[in-house]
Write a protein that binds this ligand. Structure first.
Ligand SMILES: [Zn+2]
Length: 250
């Protein structure tokens, strides 16, 4: 008996499209979560706004303030800290669409959290929903920062009271379940090209001599759009800008 060649082709077609569909979604589905994020209906159609549409209150009026604890431009490194009695009173939970394991425990200062979400939506849109930013570290308590710093070699962790995470302004980012490890690649490049529009800056890109830290492609800090844009346009890190324009290093 002759087999029906059309039937065989249909079976092959079904199997190969199944494989293609699985492959297409594998990395997204494995974004550190047991729940595929594609099941979340709002994740399908992320609303997005162009950066210019997003109103940033008083941004144009803002004068940079590199020294006050609560300033979005507060400069932090081994020689510049927040006060030990500083407490942040405007932190909010980050939308769990963009957090590790969809956890709702990650906090940032409100403006930074809001702008991060817009950036993350634009990121997903830019890669046709096949790439997703997620946060695996955001605001840290000083107690936690002290624990980290105790187990850390020089240039890898900030001392207590000097971390951008303690200030509630920094996030460590993953893409589709992978830490952003390299200062290259399409996802990092998208962030370098676009994050400033949302006020974010990759603090440590130029190693110890300039930034006082090893390069951390995953670590992005909110500084407001205006300063982030200056840093972007001049290809400077915050530390480089600060020591060239605001304070002499010696
Ligand atoms: Zn970090």
């Amino acid at each position: 008996m002759k087999k029906n060649p059309i039937g065989i082709w249909i079976v092959i077609w079904i199997i190969s499209s199944g494989i293609a569909f699985w492959w297409d979604n594998f990395f997204v589905w494995n974004n550190q979560s047991n729940i595929p994020w594609v099941y979340n209906p709002i994740s399908w159609f992320y609303e997005q706004k162009s950066a210019d549409e997003i109103e940033i209150e008083n941004e144009k009026l803002n004068k940079f303030d590199f020294y006050s604890d609560s300033s979005f431009q507060k400069f932090l490194d081994d020689n510049h800290s927040i006060s030990t009695d500083y407490s942040i009173n405007d932190t909010v939970k980050i939308n769990s669409d963009f957090t590790f394991n969809r956890s709702s425990d990650f906090m940032l200062r409100e403006k930074a959290a809001e702008m991060f979400e817009w950036m993350a939506r634009a990121f997903s849109n830019a890669f046709n929903f096949k790439a997703k930013l997620s946060i695996n570290s955001a605001r840290r308590s000083s107690q936690y920062q002290r624990q980290l710093a105790n187990n850390c070699s020089i240039g890898r962790c900030a001392k207590p009271w000097t971390s951008e995470h303690e200030a509630g302004l920094a996030v460590d980012l993953w893409v589709n379940g992978w830490n952003i490890k390299a200062l290259s690649g399409i996802y990092y490049q998208w962030l370098i090209d676009n994050a400033h529009k949302y006020g974010f800056h990759n603090s440590y890109q130029k190693w110890m001599e300039i930034d006082g830290k090893i390069a951390e492609p995953w670590h992005w800090r909110y500084v407001w759009k205006e300063l982030a844009t200056i840093l972007h346009d001049n290809n400077q890190t915050f530390s480089e800008y600060f020591y060239q324009n605001i304070e002499s290093k010696f």
